[in-house]
Design a protein around this ligand. Structure first.
Ligand code: DC
Length: 229
């Protein structure tokens, strides 16, 4: 029995942008032999498709009508995660500033959320070896029965500094403003906002290195697996 439970551990990692969610989730999944799903990439992919197909991202009705059209496929190998829309690799174009600026509006539309949430649940259910799923509403809405829920936080200054370092040529003050704006939109939307689940473990990463955060979360997953045995 222990093998079955151990191999199917489901981990939800939520938090705002720039807290180290992606780096942490990938590293923990790789260390423990789990699959990895970046749900932000899925929302970015559907946003990219809306822009590429001339859908007005300021028009929720137009987004709702088109929400079922793009075929989004996520590759869940933590060493090389992939994201494709209608067969096209969109890993690079989903990271542009235009997509970042529009993704909150697109992901707030209920038809988008229900479609992407269903996709996320089916990917998690099929991940026989267990999975780390990162996002904003994973512990609260997508996978409320996850074996472990982690909520990562960090000060706005630390988050902006990390994002600026990731994006070549980015301006610190502008990045900080954009992050704060996106968090406010993601936290205040009506349908499954960014929120900490009551049973999530909060980890403040402001003063921690990535190695320390990965060690802490890996330890939490291992403790949970032991408790499940
Ligand atoms: O993790 P990220 O910054 O790539 O996410 C991009 C956007 O996608 C984020 O601003 C809000 C949205 N998102 C969401 O609404 N729900 C999720 N589970 C993940 C991301």
């Amino acid at each position: 029995m222990s093998d079955t439970v151990e191999s199917a551990v489901i981990v939800a990692i939520d938090g705002p942008a720039g807290t180290g969610k992606s780096s942490t989730s990938k590293a923990v999944a790789a260390a423990l032999g789990l699959r990895y799903l970046d749900t932000g990439a899925q929302y970015r992919a559907i946003t990219w498709w809306m822009i590429a197909n001339g859908v007005d991202t300021a028009d929720p009705a137009a987004i709702a009508t088109a929400a079922g059209k793009p075929v989004i496929v996520s590759g869940t190998d933590p060493a090389a995660p992939t994201i494709a829309v209608d067969g096209e690799d969109v890993s690079a174009p989903i990271r542009t500033q235009e997509v970042s600026a529009k993704v909150s509006a697109v992901s707030a539309v209920p038809e988008v959320r229900s479609r992407i949430t269903a996709l996320q649940r089916s990917i998690a259910a099929e991940a026989r070896g267990g999975i780390v799923v990162e996002g904003r509403d994973i512990g609260t809405t997508v996978l409320p029965d996850a074996h472990l829920k982690v909520f990562l936080t960090a000060s706005p200054e630390a988050r902006a500094a990390r994002r600026t370092a990731e994006l070549a040529g980015a301006d610190l003050a502008a990045t900080r403003e954009a992050l704060i704006k996106r968090d406010a939109a993601d936290s205040s939307r009506k349908t499954s906002p960014l929120a900490k689940a009551d049973d999530a473990v909060e980890v403040d990463t402001t003063e921690l290195t990535l190695t320390q955060v990965v060690a802490r979360v890996t330890e939490l997953v291992e403790q949970r697996r032991t408790a499940l045995r």
